[in-house]
Design a binder for this molecule. Structure first.
Ligand SMILES: Cc1cc2nc3c(=O)[nH]c(=O)nc-3n(C[C@H](O)[C@H](O)[C@H](O)COP(=O)(O)OP(=O)(O)OC[C@H]3O[C@@H](n4cnc5c(N)ncnc54)[C@H](O)[C@@H]3O)c2cc1C
Length: 478
């Protein structure tokens, strides 16, 4: 229903007039208007790990400057053409999938506008990749902490627009916590700067926070001013392995209660470990039914001291606790972590996985709910995620060839939403709402907050042309 709504809305506003390719070509150069739109710009990574969703568009437009972005949006606004901003296309919620109009690809906006390493800040254009930025600042001894999993491909503009998280969001917060300013193109095609290098700013309502996580529905991000941190001298990782969910969740809560402040606190349940343990850099015991990975950092001495304390806390109820060698082994562990979703998806060929968040103490209940639903539908259930944030990527595995299995997986995934809300959770932690979670997000918000969301959309985008039908869905009729 949600996908249909988005597609219907895009059709209502139309695909664009006949001169579209010529006129947009006059702004960005004819070779930067791809028509017909290549298929690679019409889907997101949801097709791998979630749900197959192939959109359609009149053209893909690839501006080379912020000024060109503004002129493209202005032309589209004047001609009633929907605009779907696109970063690296690694989103998992269908947010970058177009249903008509033009795809506005930001990949050519990769310049560094300002870099001030001694003041721990940088301003980069939206199309720079997440890992590209991380590598660049690392050369100056700095870190950009947000670390969503597909960083070689995802872009800073996409990270800002989804307020992306990742393992290190536990201590450092999601992308928005690092944004001090944005340059955005707002309808009907105006280049506006909100904030900048200043670290504090309460002049007026917080438009920066409103744009962070707005999934391309309020404005097109062209540049982001970002805070950075000095890189820690040392990083240590400790791994705890448990027989079951109960003992693993006890360990997670013990870590938080201990007063230690890990940079990252991740978990993997038995349904996941069954498939990914073989690729883990260190052999895991057969009894592994739950695993916790925690990272601490600081000076060499401080990191080592915290790692010892962490190992002590994680030992309670465990079947094994170990610390990979700093450096190569820790890098290998985080590389393994990045591939977990893909490996689990490949077990049967498909996985419908959503991005639930619950208070930490309810994580065990959320995992239990997922397991019960999976058993009822005769499907393997697997979850893993950013435990410290109570963020679980809860999925049901299926073989894509069997229609019955796909339908059961869809139904099972839908059934997990009410328990999440009942546990005081959120249906969308870090992957955005896109189109896949429109109905559930609306349920979570309720009428008053929904109305406020639609009113905000109306103020920014009165014609409803920016990424129509996504994030807040169509406004209710009169
Ligand atoms: C293997 C894998 C692991 C992942 N792990 C994580 C994780 O740990 N944490 C996490 O949060 N996410 C994760 N993701 C999801 C995804 O990587 C993030 O949502 C990422 O921030 C998307 O960035 P992108 O550039 O690919 O955006 P896209 O997918 O291109 O777009 C996402 C949304 O942002 C909008 N958008 C993109 N660029 C702009 C712009 N410049 N201006 C305005 N709107 C824009 C699009 O319209 C769309 O609505 C993962 C994805 C994969 C495939």
């Amino acid at each position: 229903v949600d996908v249909d709504e988005a597609s219907h809305l895009a059709r209502m506003v139309g695909d664009g007039p006949p001169g579209l390719v010529r006129d947009l070509g006059a702004i960005v150069g004819r070779e930067q208007v791809l028509a017909p739109a290549p298929a690679s710009y019409l889907a997101d990574e949801g097709r791998q790990a979630h749900r197959a969703l192939q959109g359609h568009a009149e053209a893909v437009v690839r501006p080379g400057t912020a000024d060109e972005v503004a002129r493209v949006v202005a032309w589209c606004y004047a001609n009633d053409v929907p605009v779907v901003p696109r970063g690296g296309g690694t989103g998992l919620s269908g947010g970058a999938v177009p249903f008509g109009g033009v795809v506005l690809a930001l990949e050519r906006l990769t310049a560094v506008r300002e870099f001030d390493p001694l003041r721990w800040r940088i301003a980069v254009e939206a199309g720079m990749t997440t890992f590209g930025l991380k590598r660049l600042v690392r050369e100056s001894g700095l870190v950009f902490p947000p670390d969503p999993g597909a960083g070689e491909q995802s872009q800073i503009g996409g990270n800002v627009s989804t307020n992306a998280g990742g393992p290190h969001a536990f201590r450092f917060g999601t992308t928005g916590a690092w944004v001090t300013g944005l340059e955005v193109v707002l309808p009907p095609g105006e280049l506006v700067r909100i904030g900048g290098p200043v670290r504090k700013d309460v002049a007026g309502y917080d438009l920066r926070s409103l744009l962070v996580g707005s999934e391309g529905t309020l404005g097109v991000v062209t540049t982001a001013w970002l805070k950075l941190l000095p890189a820690p001298e040392a990083v240590r990782v400790v791994v705890g392995v448990y027989p079951d969910v109960a003992s693993g969740c006890d360990a997670l809560e013990a870590v938080i209660g201990s007063g230690l402040l890990p940079a990252a606190l991740e978990y993997f349940d038995g349904g996941t470990l069954r498939h990914v343990a073989r690729g883990f850099p260190t052999p895991l015991p057969d009894e592994a039914g739950f695993m916790v990975i925690a990272e601490v950092d600081g000076s060499e001495q401080e990191a080592a001291r915290q790692a010892v304390e962490l190992a002590d806390v994680l030992a309670e109820g465990s079947v094994a606790v170990f610390a990979p060698e700093p450096g190569r082994d820790v890098d290998a562990l985080w590389r393994w972590r990045e591939g977990v979703g893909l490996v689990v998806t490949q077990v049967h060929g498909g996985r419908i996985s959503d991005d639930h968040v619950v208070p930490l103490e309810r994580l065990r209940d959320a995992i239990a709910a997922m397991e019960q639903i999976g058993a009822r539908y005769g499907l393997e259930a697997a979850s893993f995620g950013h435990a410290g944030d109570g963020n679980l990527h809860a999925g049901f595995l299926y073989a894509p060839g069997g229609l019955d299995q796909v339908e059961r997986a869809e139904a099972a995934a839908l059934e997990l939403y009410p328990p999440t809300l009942a546990l005081d959770g959120s249906v969308a932690g870090e992957h955005g709402v896109g189109v896949h979670k429109l109905v559930q997000a609306q349920e979570q918000l309720g009428p008053r907050r929904q109305a406020l969301q639609h009113a905000i959309k109306q103020v920014f985008d009165p014609k409803g042309l920016l990424n129509p039908g996504k994030k807040v869905g169509p406004a209710p009729g009169p």
